[in-house]
Design a protein around this ligand. Sequence first.
Ligand code: ATP
Length: 628
Amino acid sequence: MDGGGGVNSAVMNSLRLFILGTIIETGRRFFQWAVERFKLFQYSITAQFQEGDPSYEWIILFLTEEKVWTRARQFRVNATNSMRKWTVNMADPDGDDLSKDENAEYVPTYDEAQLFKWRGYWVEIRRTMTSRFNPSVGNQLSTTLYTRDMSALSALVDDAKARYTRRSNPHVIVHTIDQAGMNFGPNGVWGNSKSKQRRPLSSIILQEGVIQSLVEDAREFIRSEDWYTKAGIPHRRGYLLHGPPGTGKSSTIYAVAGELGLEIYSLSLASSFVDDSFLQRAVASIPKQAIFLIEDIDCAFPSREDQEEAETLPMMAGAPFPPHMMMNSRMMGRQTSPITLSGLLNVLDGVGSEEGKIFFATTNYIDRLDSALLRPGRIDKKIQYKLATKAQAAALFLRFYPESYTTLLCEQSETTPLSEKMPIDGDARKTLTPAEKTAALADLAARFSAEIPEHEFSTAEMQGFLLACKQQPEKAVADVAAWVAGERAEREQKRVREEEREARKREKKELREARQLQGSLARLGEMGAFGGGAEEAHGGSQKARRRHGPPPELDAAGAIPSVHVNGTIPLPNGAGPLSNGTSPMSNGTSPMSTGTSPLLSGSPVQSPNGTPVMEVPSVTSKAVEVGA
Ligand SMILES: Nc1ncnc2c1ncn2[C@@H]1O[C@H](COP(=O)(O)OP(=O)(O)OP(=O)(O)O)[C@@H](O)[C@H]1O
């Protein structure tokens, strides 16, 4: 009996457990069903934030500040770097969330759904991945607000944006693109965001008023959106900063962005993956009131010299592409991009470039830029940067040695070895008032700038020198003359090397031209020998070779031994009649060397009976001999 009762109670217990489990599971399913109905009957609003779009950054910061992450159980860990991610302080959850001082950054991934309350609304957040094959890109954050009030969503986004602006304030946010960014969705191509410390305008040393007028111009532009709309003018503005390297072009843009609180979207046209359609997509996804920056814009397009060189290439034996394709490949000396000028112009003129966008471009070579790019509407203001003046040198010196951070040698302790001291007025040690110190530094700055020749060195070069004399203003003054002399000597050596390189390049070019001419002459010789029609010239070339020997050959170094036209004209050692300026075949007036020559332009001459004939005036009607 007892045994039967025990079995019964075990069965009963199991049954109870089963019923309990069923009730719980049913309850869970019902709850899920109810939540879905709730959403279905529009008791909720859902918004997606796509990684790569600026709003994704806003919402991540918002969640960090709302401390939603404290319930998260999954984090991505990165070694601390300048990539901007709104990370959390694991060591001190109640402290400042932006743990930039730590070695590692913890970024919540929000893999599990999190529910939290914001301004009385229940908000659910969860991450979804758009790319199954590449989990590191294409994340989305899905935010659901349990309310029917549509304005709650825009209030949340506004709140997130406001927090983001406040947090970003001491920094300039720079967005860039790497190839991986291409995987992002329709909007997001700007995969990398970095934060740079804001640079005060006063730290940029330019001629009086230049940077202030630039800032004022940009500020005025941002303010006058209505005016642009009423006038029917696209609300965009373009600036080109041009001049030698290291004169402060990029620094100016970063300082202006910091001053105006704008983010920078910086694109390098030299990247191989940036073509016209990519550029269009990238620019279209830049938000309102931001800076679109293209540094070294000339790099995207070949210079006229490069173009000329490319035009001669197809004439060379075995040149695989027509010139424009050669431009776009990396076969030219200078790297160019697959982007076209018209592609860039379309983007600058297009709808994606309106809405208060400020376009900045920099270049070291303004004359390499097409005038179409420089016209107002695309570039509204050009600012020229020059190598430093004496005044700029003095200003840089004073920036390096501010009164409050600098200890002059004459102020240093008596333990400083005398050999290291360079007292200004010979005293061993002094206590200077701030005014005296300022005056002493001004004096040093004047002595420093007196040694710097006008417009010969860039600010970056001087900065490099001054960095080697950090906190040693007297040493900078003592060494500057030697530095100038050393730099000049180095430049002279560089100039000589450059000249030699140019001479070698010229020689190669002449050789190439001579080779082309030799080829033309050989063909003419063959045709001239048969005196006639294209068919004959073509079909007869084999015969000609049999009769007159092999075509011209190059020597081992690739040089042409010599060519005789009518047995008399040697080719080309630089002084030969075919290569010097006086030869009827190489000077500008020769029908064979001018651009209009039917021989070099490839258009056939018509024979009297209308048959195309490669006929050669005067000299070429005679036989061409090739030989040593
Ligand atoms: N006018 C300037 N005022 C202050 N610092 C400058 C100035 N010019 C150059 N520098 C310093 O030199 C360095 C290089 O400057 P920057 O990159 O702005 O020059 P750039 O003209 O843009 O050069 P590039 O044409 O090579 O890009 C920076 O560290 C910057 O601080």
